[in-house]
Design a protein around this ligand. Structure first.
Ligand code: ZN
Length: 81
């Protein structure tokens, strides 16, 4: 486990495992704060926390990632353009 910050909202997150693109949730109390690396179709990759992943559309773009903002400890949302 290592610490980093979410590229979307900036909250401190824990990277699970070390296996890219996989994360587990519900296996312990640490669901919030878990993150994965999301590889976008434009070739960029972003470390994103679980609430940000929830807020993103099915096929997010780098612009969507930049619009992410933290609402509270458990929620993220997309800023309106
Ligand atoms: Zn986030």
């Amino acid at each position: 486990m290592s610490k980093a910050s979410c590229d979307g909202c900036g909250r401190t997150v824990t990277i699970s495992g070390g296996i890219a693109n996989l994360w587990s949730f519900g296996t312990d109390a640490g669901t919030v704060g878990t993150a994965i690396t999301l590889d976008l179709e434009d070739g960029t990759s972003h470390l994103l926390c679980y609430p940000c992943l929830e807020a993103l559309p099915d096929y997010p773009t780098a612009a969507d990632v930049e619009r992410l903002e933290q609402v509270d400890d458990e929620t993220s949302q997309l800023r309106s353009r």
